[in-house]
Design a protein around this ligand. Sequence first.
Ligand code: ADP
Ligand code: MG
Length: 391
Amino acid sequence: MSVIKMTDIDLSGKRVLIREDLNVPVADGKVTSDARIRAALPTIEAAIAANAAVMLVSHLGRPTEGQPEDKFSLQPVADHLGELLGREVPLVKDWIDGVDVEPGNVVLLENVRFLAGEKKCDDALAKKMASLCDVFVMDAFGTAHRAQASTYGVAEYAPVACAGPLLAAELEALAKALDNPARPFVAIVGGSKVSTKLNVLDTLANIVDTLIVGGGIANTFIAAAGHEVGKSLYEADMVGTAGKLAATADDRAEIPVPDDVVVADEFSADANAATKSVGEVGVDDMILDIGPDTADRFGKILAEAGTIIWNGPVGVFEFDKFGEGTRVLSEAIAASSAFSVAGGGDTLAAIDKYGVREKISYISTGGGAFLEFVEGKKLPAVAMLEKRAKD
Ligand code: ADP
Ligand code: MG
């Protein structure tokens, strides 16, 4: 990887725009899992210590562009970051036309996804962002797979564009884990972003020995096996794809489909929960977790693994009744002697909920980016930094 690194540049007195991934879960105006903020801290502290005028830019959630909404404000992140840094971090609401910040100080710019053109990487928007700074630092591994104005476009036009310490460290650590994985190599892909994650399964099936599916992805495989999934989250359009993946050839990963599941009568923390075999799921059921037998079976696979990568909880772990599958698997990963890598916002929240953080070998801040990296894809934001390093 030949990119300029932030640590190689003299930042003193410079206006430095740092793209971080501060997309953390927020409830009632408070940050509920601060892993991504903590991961970004060393970069932010280093830039302040170097006497840069620091502007932090990030997204939060999925607001409609051009329509700022309080529930997607980064204010809770500014408050939390201020506590961690021991200094006030002002949130700048209208920033695209200019930002006041002195060297040695830091401000957080309001949710970049409030700006029209961010997602489609509008050229004019990217140029405006670039004109705010002398140096652009890309440090958000979690968004490096997206070519957007604040991850890619701005890097094209900023006077200097470089990789932040967190991004550089993530790229190095993941490459190290994947270059020569100890086998069996097991991946767990769960969660709710079914359509995006189903696409990576095909590639993963060629890399790993066993591919454990959970969450909405597992439901799609259960449907592909001909079972009723009732009101469960799943991807009707992808049932055919899932069916083809499940019919594994010898040279591809095995994809064990759950044989028991926990169903609910509604999507809530105090829904009635029942364990059923996959053949018994009814039209009104909602599958919210893998069942205990399946969790046991998957746990044994993890116990024998040499390398484990994990993205996505296997159930709605936020509701205790539907968190058992995720708890059992997280404990199996923790107990396994495998080299384990986990990534994804909600995956990290689950890791904290079940207290296994110290027992996972490497925690990535990326979810989708993490999976694409594992697939061997060139991350667009990284490609742009490489291009700029050649200027
Ligand atoms: P990550 O952030 O780790 O990449 P995702 O965002 O894809 O993971 O998915 C996490 C979410 O998936 C959690 O909020 C969890 O409640 C939800 N989820 C897991 N299993 C199910 C399921 N069976 N039905 C609906 N939602 C699910
Ligand atoms: Mg998520």
